[in-house]
Design a binder for this molecule. Structure first.
Ligand SMILES: NC(=O)C1=CN([C@@H]2O[C@H](COP(=O)(O)OP(=O)(O)OC[C@H]3O[C@@H](n4cnc5c(N)ncnc54)[C@H](OP(=O)(O)O)[C@@H]3O)[C@@H](O)[C@H]2O)[C@@H](O)CC1
Ligand SMILES: [K+]
Length: 492
């Protein structure tokens, strides 16, 4: 089978995202060492170059700047001035004319651009620059700018640094926001560009370096090369035990399928063997003869380097979870085990010395949040992904992989990762069971929970894309079966 993924670029570095506070501190240090306006010119030059690349030709194109009164508007006005000097018909719509960025506006006018008060220019433009607000904004778009969030447009919208109305630190969107086709961000990614719903508003994100000296990023998205470097490779001396044994406590008389799918994921996640315990032993062996099965629960199941507990676990989930948590192996809790954990609260994890990885979808995350007294629902969790995942990680003292349109992994130490490979086709019954098995298998090979979770999410997303091809419904088993191909595409 040919894997379409093998054509993906391999050298793209880790996408790092910094908070507004970190960007501000780096900006202040650099600005103190450079002549006034240097950073804005670097930003405007990169922005103008991206815009020029999006236009069939710059000369004669209609470019509209939506300009707020901060430096974000300044960047947009200076970039439009550069395009006007190349013959573009550039206009600026000033949202608060009295407070417009004076130097940027002067540059635009000097280059032959003009100011317009006609909101209809938005729909006629060949390209719109969203310079309403960047990292200095807060809350939803103000009334003067809000109508542009829903207006029809002809040409692409290019967001300057951040789509206006998207929270740069979290990706939360609390009201109207500009929907961009491309976002040109400066110095670093902002977390809000990598996490839905903000990521969806950002479109394709293009980073323009401006020379900021930044600390380690609190949020990152692994790329191909990062994942390839983390994948376990068996050594010459490896046998199945040295490669790691993953235990899967899953499935019930009512849900035997979840066991099959979790084992299918676990068999393809790098561990040397899969040890299954639960009510679906017969089905598991029939479908996966390579699995070891045992009647005993996690407490007496034999050698296991990481446990996966909960998919389709039914009534047995609490007992299996308690037994697995009593071992000194890493434990991944999913599905019914998460429901039990939400009911019993974080005290159940107290005293663990090995890592715990929780893999909730938004509904299960809401149940876990209830376990710490935060009563909410799935939609609210999905709207506040980073915050929800971080809160759960901190309060449960566990790594949390929050599944969804952007999967977010949060570590109790505060680091977070977002997964760039997701696809809507992954939203299929049993897909989460495969992911749980896969992530547990990576844990058993010795990866830490943050790496195991983010590598699993990456592989799972690529496998979903590979299985769906140019676009077709897929089953959870299709995802599992595509895993060896995408693994090869990363290492080949
Ligand atoms: N960091 C860097 O290294 C570099 C940063 N650069 C650029 O600077 C940008 C940051 O500029 P900034 O600090 O001037 O803030 P900015 O985003 O323009 O917003 C302030 C304005 O927004 C308004 N406003 C607030 N909320 C709003 C809302 N909800 N809806 C509507 N309006 C709202 C607020 O209004 P006010 O409260 O004053 O009435 C004020 O007028 C950054 O994103 C990047 O583009 C580059 O030039 C190169 C180097
Ligand atoms: K903007």
């Amino acid at each position: 089978m040919t894997c379409t993924c093998s054509r993906l670029p391999k050298e793209i570095p880790l996408r790092q995202a910094h908070t507004v506070a970190q960007v501000r501190a780096a900006e202040a240090a650099l600005m103190a060492a450079l002549p006034d306006g240097t950073l804005m010119q670097r930003a405007a030059a990169g922005l103008a170059a991206t815009c020029a690349g999006l236009l069939p030709r710059v000369y004669g194109s209609r470019v509209l700047v939506l300009a707020g009164s901060g430096d974000n508007g300044g960047d947009a006005l200076f970039a439009a001035a550069r395009l006007a000097r190349r013959g573009a018909r550039a206009e600026a719509l000033l949202l608060d004319p009295a407070k417009a960025h004076a130097e940027g506006l002067a540059a635009l006018l000097a280059a032959g651009g003009r100011v317009t008060g006609d909101a209809g220019a938005f729909g006629r433009a060949d390209l719109v620059l969203d310079g309403i607000v960047g990292i200095g904004g807060s809350g939803p778009l103000r009334p003067a700018a809000a109508p542009f969030a829903t207006m029809a447009r002809r040409g692409p919208v290019v967001a300057v640094d951040v789509p206006s109305g998207v929270d740069p630190d979290t990706g939360e969107v609390s009201g109207p926001a500009l929907r961009a086709d491309v976002t040109v961000c400066f110095g670093t990614h902002k977390p809000g560009l990598l996490i839905d719903p903000g990521a969806e508003y950002a479109g394709v994100v293009h980073l323009v370096g401006i020379g900021l000296d930044l600390p380690p990023a609190p949020v990152a998205a692994l790329q191909h090369a990062d994942v390839a470097a983390l994948l376990p490779v068996p050594g010459a001396e490896s046998d199945k035990y040295r490669r790691g044994v993953v235990g899967v406590a899953a499935g019930s008389a009512r849900y035997p399928g979840a066991a099959l799918l979790a084992v299918a994921g676990a068999l393809r996640g790098g561990a040397g063997a899969v040890r299954y315990t639960g009510h679906a032993a017969e089905e598991v062996v029939r479908r996966h003869p390579e699995a070891l099965v045992t009647e005993a629960g996690p407490a007496r199941a034999g050698r296991v380097q990481a446990w996966v507990v909960g998919p389709g676990g039914g009534d047995g989930a609490e007992q299996a979870l308690r037994e697995a948590l009593d071992t000194d192996a890493p434990v991944l809790a999913d599905a019914d085990a998460l429901t039990e954990l939400g009911r019993l609260g974080p005290a159940l994890l107290a005293g663990r010395t090995a890592p715990t990885l929780l893999t909730p979808h938004a509904g299960e995350a809401a149940r876990l949040l209830a376990g710490i007294g935060e009563h909410t629902d799935a939609d609210t969790v999905a709207a506040h992904r980073l915050r929800s995942a971080r809160l759960l990680a901190a309060r449960y003292g566990a790594t949390v992989l929050l599944k969804g349109s952007t999967t977010v992994v949060a570590d109790p130490d505060g680091r977070a990762r977002t997964n760039p490979t997701g696809t809507g086709w992954l939203g299929t019954a049993g897909s989460g069971d495969v992911l749980a098995g896969l992530a547990g298998s990576l844990l058993a090979t010795g990866l830490g929970p943050l790496d195991a979770a983010s590598v699993a999410a990456y592989l799972h997303g690529l496998a979903g894309r590979h299985a769906a091809g140019t676009g077709a419904p897929i089953t959870a088993l299709d995802i599992a079966e595509a895993l060896p191909s995408v693994w090869r595409s990363l290492t080949g």
